[in-house]
Write a protein that binds this ligand. Structure first.
Ligand SMILES: C[S@@+](CC[C@H](N)C(=O)[O-])C[C@H]1O[C@@H](n2cnc3c(N)ncnc32)[C@H](O)[C@@H]1O
Length: 226
């Protein structure tokens, strides 16, 4: 890694974590709050899927038993790995979650996809449901923050404009707001979900219990016992 790439990455972290965007901060706080309310956290372990640069690692590590953080992109992984190495119970893995062979073997795992990571995965959410269906063991849970399609055109564009150095300028020709599809001129893409799509995602997983389903402005947090 050369030093200019490294410092560029730190600027990206600043733009996300210390974002001045009200909506981003609101969502970050609500996620923290919902995660803090999870019961018996010391008995549970987290698989942070699409962990990015490890934004959540310092928050998760003291509360949960073990954290496994999986990230596809090398440029994100370099920071994720540095963060994980600061905590004895965290391990970073570079790779594609859809091809993962070394899942954390702890009992009581929570598959965590924060900040609409589900809508940015390299495969669609149907493939993700199949993956979880195959991998989940009794007592596993799933925690997902979805961004809502009907807010993409105002809230979403606002957020992406503040991140245009990183995701590229919005491509208004190829984005389809009513379907929650965002595309940028540099081919970054993200799916935001309609309420029906979120309901159907949850139903198709046939969870044993819905532990949290909280809808706040432009996002919805769903926490399920699988
Ligand atoms: C929205 S960003 C990261 C958000 C991060 N979870 C957070 O809350 O700060 C989604 C991340 O998922 C990663 N990703 C996409 N597809 C993936 C895959 N198949 N396996 C692992 N990571 C993936 C992307 O590289 C990206 O860093």
């Amino acid at each position: 890694m050369n030093s200019s790439n490294f410092f560029e990455g730190l600027l990206y972290i600043k733009d996300i974590e210390f974002s001045h965007n009200y909506f981003v901060q609101h969502c970050i706080k609500s996620e923290y709050n919902s995660i803090s309310l999870i019961k018996n956290k010391k008995e549970k372990s987290i698989i942070d899927i699409g962990a990015g640069y490890g934004r959540l690692i310092p928050f998760l590590s003291p509360q949960f038993k073990v954290i496994q953080a999986v990230e596809l992109e090398q440029n994100m992984f370099q920071y994720l790995d540095i963060r994980c190495k600061q905590f004895t119970n965290c391990k970073a893995l570079l790779g594609d979650v859809f091809k993962m062979e070394n899942w954390l073997k702890e009992t009581k795992r929570i598959f965590l996809l924060a900040q609409n990571t589900i809508g940015t995965l390299s495969e669609d959410d149907r493939s993700f449901r199949e993956l979880i269906g195959n991998e989940a063991m009794p007592d596993d849970e799933l925690f997902v923050t979805f961004f809502k399609a009907e807010y993409l055109e105002d809230v979403g564009l606002d957020i992406y404009k503040t991140l245009s150095n990183w995701v590229g300028k919005p491509d208004l020709q190829r984005s389809v707001f009513e379907k929650g599809i965002f595309k940028s001129e540099t081919n970054y893409s993200s799916k935001w979900y309609t309420e029906n799509e979120i309901d159907s995602f949850v139903e198709r997983l046939q969870p044993k219990q819905i532990l949290t389903d909280s809808s706040e402005s432009f996002f919805r947090i769903v926490h399920l016992k699988l």
